[in-house]
Design a binder for this molecule. Structure first.
Ligand SMILES: [Zn+2]
Length: 447
């Protein structure tokens, strides 16, 4: 068999790691060689991409999102509210989602992520009203179409208002239906292999929207199939109070009681932990998807990232749903993490390298992967390249720091598994104007 073509991404302006200062050679879907500063590849190359004007990063990995919420950005009913009242306002709106809305909003969110340098995206979809039973199948088809690597989680809600939960009854499902569909999706889409483009995880929405039995059964099913588990946890004080009232214990104790303190688990937000809980989470290796914009917008609080990391938790970064951000821009979210975390830990500890590390290796660890998130030989060729041509970079000194400090928002080139998906700021094969127009029409129906 003939060897796949080799491409040298030559002499980038800046990189995160010095080992690839002279660029990388991509062969097929993986990184075949790192070139030292000023050097040339040892292996023969078929093609060269001149990166002398680009900052080269490992592709960014989004650890938490709700794609469908791009349809309800800045929704009038949800403005200026904290989490619980924000949720109660939006649930009836989201209950009206239909299949085309999921299709278009998934395509839109994945496009927005790609254009911001994201190569792997996780999504947490937990709404399955009648007629929308195939929501995850629809999302999988869109991810395949755009060529983005995805970890789609099969979300769930089983505690409606009638059972003391928050969501309206029409948005919750029976536990049998949830578990049967979870199993179907794992069998159909979860690829355990190296370089997987699609993986499935199980994701009961939050302690206040599913039953104890479903939390336990999901953990059992995930262990049986070797897939990850995900949920929202410790996002607000309201949630702690809800858990104390409903279960007689704090969120982390509850998590432990249902068999979720494990390195199979990554949590969105993770804000309101005490010292003992941080130690237990770290010991178990539970991952935390830090969502700075959402936490600021909903006034939820600050994730104790460095304490969690020191304790042993992988820290990733997520844009969260676009009704609480309200964008899906990964490189801008990295800047938000730097700014918010500096308030807590100071300027010396929260460096630009640190936050880029969270958005790459950290998020990969949350998703249970070691084949993505860094530029190293044998890893997947997932890369994001940014030029510093826009006005906000004029006069910038350190190129890597400038990306974060001056506010980069759009990648010029993005590669997933060795294939260019974004060239010169455009997604290959996508009519973005048409997509935006349809998204606007569908969003208008939900207002
Ligand atoms: Zn979320």
């Amino acid at each position: 068999m003939q060897n796949p073509n080799t491409l040298w991404i030559k002499h980038p302006l800046a990189t995160l790691d010095a080992a690839c200062a002279g660029g990388v050679v991509v062969q097929g879907n993986t990184i075949a060689e790192l070139v030292p500063a000023g050097g040339t590849p040892a292996m023969a190359v078929d093609e060269v991409f001149d990166a002398s004007g680009h900052v080269l990063l490992p592709g960014l990995i989004n650890a938490h999102h709700h794609f469908y919420q791009t349809l309800t950005r800045a929704h009038p009913v949800a403005l200026n509210k904290a989490l619980f009242s924000w949720l109660v306002s939006l649930y009836p709106v989201w209950a009206r989602l239909h299949p085309e809305m999921v299709e278009v909003s998934t395509q839109l969110a994945l496009s927005e992520l790609l254009l911001s340098g994201c190569t792997t995206a996780s999504d947490h979809h937990y709404l399955f009203p009648a007629g929308l039973e195939d929501a995850i199948d629809i999302q999988m088809a869109q991810a395949h179409r755009l060529g983005v690597r995805v970890h789609l989680t099969r979300g769930s809600m089983s505690l409606g208002k009638e059972q003391g939960g928050l969501p309206p009854q029409s948005t919750v499902q029976s536990e049998d239906a949830i578990l049967a569909d979870s199993e179907r999706l794992i069998r159909r889409y979860h690829d355990h292999g190296e370089g997987a483009m699609t993986r499935v995880a199980l994701a009961p929405c939050s302690p206040f929207s599913v039953s104890t039995e479903l939390m336990r059964a999901s953990a059992g099913l995930a262990a049986h199939h070797g897939v990850q588990l995900h949920t929202h946890l410790a996002e607000t004080h309201d949630e702690t109070e809800f858990c104390l009232k409903m279960f007689g214990m704090r969120p982390v104790d509850y998590l432990e009681s249902v068999g979720w303190l494990s390195n199979r688990v990554w949590l969105a937000h993770g804000i309101h932990f005490n010292d003992d809980e941080i130690i237990r989470l770290g010991k178990a290796g539970v991952g935390i998807a830090h969502c700075p914009s959402s936490n600021m917008l909903l006034a939820s609080g600050q994730c104790p990232t460095l304490d969690l990391e020191t304790a042993g938790c992988p820290i990733g970064i997520g844009v969260d749903g676009s009704a609480s951000n309200d964008g899906s821009n990964m490189i801008m979210e990295v800047r938000q993490a730097l700014l918010l975390q500096r308030l807590r830990y100071g300027a010396e500890k929260i460096t630009h390298q640190k936050v880029i590390g969270w958005a790459t290796r950290g998020s990969a660890d949350c998703l249970g992967r070691n084949d993505i998130g860094e530029i190293a030989v044998g890893k997947q060729a997932d890369l994001a390249l940014f030029r510093l041509d826009d006005i906000q970079f004029a006069g910038a000194g350190d190129p890597l720091a400038a990306l974060i400090l001056c506010g980069a928002y759009r990648a010029n080139e993005v590669m997933v598994a060795g294939r260019w998906r974004v060239r010169n700021r455009h997604i290959e094969g996508l009519d973005l104007e048409r997509l935006k127009a349809r998204q606007r029409e569908l969003a208008a129906i939900l207002r």
